[in-house]
Design a binder for this molecule. Sequence first.
Ligand code: EPZ
Length: 427
Amino acid sequence: MDKYVINGGRRLSGEVTISGAKNAAVAILPAAILAEAPCVIENLPNISDVSVLLEVLSIMGAKIRTINKSSIEIDPTRITNPYVPYELAKKMRASYYFLGALLAKHKQAAVPMPGGCDLGVRPIDQHLKGFRSLGAEDSIDDGFIHVKANELMGTQIYFDTVSVGATINVMLAAVKAKGLTIIENAAKEPHVVDLANFLNSIGADVFGAGTDVIKIHGVDSLGGATYSIIPDQIESGTYMVATAATGGDVVIKNVIPKHLEVLTFKLEKIGADIEVFDESLRVRSQGNITKTSIKTMPHPGFPTDMQPQMTALLTLAEGTSMITDNVWDNRFKYVDELRRMGADISVDGKVAVVEGKGSLKGAPVKATDLRAGAALVIAGLAAQGVTEIEDIYHIERGYEDIVVKLRSLGADIKKIHVPEEAIKKAL
Ligand code: EPZ
């Protein structure tokens, strides 16, 4: 078992470069099977979710060539085995994007029910509603979702709820459908736009991504392309919050400031000083954070994926803050871990009330999911004393080189390996 050991209380300072966006990468890699020529994908984050998808692509028969740490070439032209193994699919939610991509490519797909972060109920009814509207049939057998269609026909689809996953999956399925597909009440997240841009770069005709109406004119064939993934909005935000939490001064490079506007506004309001440049941000803080209220919403609202990190920050503020998660019904599991560090937080359904005390104390804690893990890292960096974080595999699903990046900013953090025998002996 690996864990992070953080000796907290050090200001972060210096420069950090943000990697490619996880949630764009996990859509673009399955989308690459639609190409009919090799694709070069650049600015790919080196994280475990990406490794899992590359393994799935290899098993399917795609040829993957590593160009450098953040660029690969995928040749999907010889895919012979359109099958997503359960052992890999269970590790991540985004494996279900192969449903849309395989449906478009082979008119059928079987993908295991997806894994991923446990954030409460995660239905896929809107994905299936979209596939059915396009003319596909679906069933669930032995834990696999099966979809198939004789022909996919363009249509108008109105999502009952704004869903990133359903928007992406239906976009993928519709790219080669006959005629025009109109998705209404579509998600507007930057990764939805990035996927649309990738699809257009290989010859698709997707219009309107980034608004709540996306129009897709089906095309008969698609080519290949070289495409660079956008910077990770949530990784950027995590370093912004970590800087604010430690009273630091950090230049965060390779960001799209527009994607971070709502967070920038919030952090400025509670005491951080933020300078915005074309592709970077400088965050400065004296550590004197004030209380606030946060309500998460689909983009362009406050991102739910920054909610745990902000909660960690607000435990360091003086006064009472209120955090409402309007996207997920159970995204406060990590609160018990912050309580071990001295935080005073009560949770009632989708609302957490943080009684900020101005400080935290190091403690042994466990990452309960990806962003919860990021929140614990931030708490550990700001706390007095030593914090040991277990189950860091959650964190490494989505943060490239987090230890190296934080150490370069002056943090005292290391990753250690605890042999299984030592754990058994201690029990
Ligand atoms: C994506 O998950 C992200 N994952 C999540 O990021 C993120 O929290 C979420 O969008 C919201 O922004 C990826 O992009 C891989 P949704 P997704 O479908 O697509 C309900 C992270 O930390 N819903 O937008 O699974 C659902 O229950 C991860 O990086 C339905 O009711 O989220 C939820 O309440 C965690 N029916 C809401 O919609 C459906 O068919 C939003 O879910 C689908 C969703």
